[in-house]
Design a protein around this ligand. Structure first.
Ligand code: SIN
Length: 291
């Protein structure tokens, strides 16, 4: 299959044209897609028309899928799909969480084996332009490579402590129950703190990436509290200065695949209210223990 690749920025991202993801991808094309994924970290496919089964089948061509630990937000009949939507049930309750979170993060970094990649499919976005709630990505390679030498040396052999529960992260606002539920004791028990190298080596490119995020990294193993806070504050300030490497303005039918091993992402802007529906389906590829 002939595909066309158009880089989205100098740092990361590429749009892939010429593919209908409803159908299985032949081996040669899959090879090209995998190498585009490795080289560009974020791939965009526009104008797709995917059923949940088709999204799952396309995703599985890259590897096994993860079932998200927040079971409540999974698509009925298709637990491989995490629903992100601002829709309401007839009794006024939320259908799911409205978005993936506005703090920078890398999916499932709080697990022993964090997600390798995620695929977010825009099932429905608001018709009114400008309120589709964009998503931003930043490169962990660039974050690492642009660190001052002194900071680079300090983080090289340290491990960050990652935790799912936002209410136990002093750098994040408490969970707003208008948009998502507080963590139950059972969910907390399933997601104890996990330690991962703060500088992660990508298994395919061999490049080093800064592997921390303000949303999930709450500490540094083995450091006294004042030193830990001073270092994390400096690193998060560096990430904030780096800003967005790519901002995606969603249209219905877009699918974005990204590499969680070398990027952070976040939802931007205000969550719109129905009738402006933003409904996204996310599949998540299982990953390895970071090193
Ligand atoms: C995510 O964090 O997985 C999705 C971000 C979004 O909802 O824009």
């Amino acid at each position: 299959m002939e595909i066309l690749l158009k880089p989205l920025t100098d740092t990361l991202g590429a749009e892939i044209k010429g593919l209908n993801l409803q159908y299985p991808i032949d081996d040669g094309t899959l090879h090209k897609l995998k190498s585009a994924f490795t080289n560009h970290s974020v791939l965009l496919f526009r104008d797709q028309h995917l059923t949940p089964e088709q999204q799952i089948s396309f995703s599985q061509q890259f590897g096994p899928l993860e079932i998200h630990v927040s079971k409540k937000y999974l698509l009925q009949g298709h637990p491989e799909i995490l629903v992100l939507s601002n829709e309401k049930n007839s009794d006024g309750s939320r259908v799911s969480i409205a978005d993936g979170g506005t703090g920078w993060h890398s999916d499932l970094s709080y697990m022993e084996r964090p997600a390798m990649a995620s695929l977010l499919y825009a099932v429905k976005t608001p018709d009114t332009p400008g309120i589709a709630q964009d998503t931003a990505w930043s490169s962990g390679y660039r974050a690492y490579e642009t660190l001052p030498v002194e900071l680079k040396k300090r983080v090289e052999s340290l491990k960050g402590i990652h935790l799912f529960d936002q209410d136990q992260n002093p750098r994040m606002p408490p969970i707003d129950t208008k948009y998502r539920d507080k963590h139950t004791p059972a969910l907390r028990a399933l997601t104890p703190p996990k330690e991962h190298p703060m500088v992660r080596t990508h298994p395919e490119t061999g490049r080093k990436a800064l592997y921390i995020s303000i949303r999930f990294t709450i500490g540094i193993a083995g450091l006294p509290e004042d030193e830990e806070n001073e270092l994390l504050d400096a690193l998060f300030a560096h990430q904030a200065d780096q800003g967005n490497d790519y901002v995606h303005q969603w249209r219905t039918g877009d699918l974005v695949l990204w590499d969680n091993r070398c990027t952070n992402h976040r939802a931007l802007g205000q969550i719109s209210e129905p009738p402006n529906i933003r409904r996204m389906h996310r599949t998540t590829l299982s990953g390895d223990v970071p090193y």
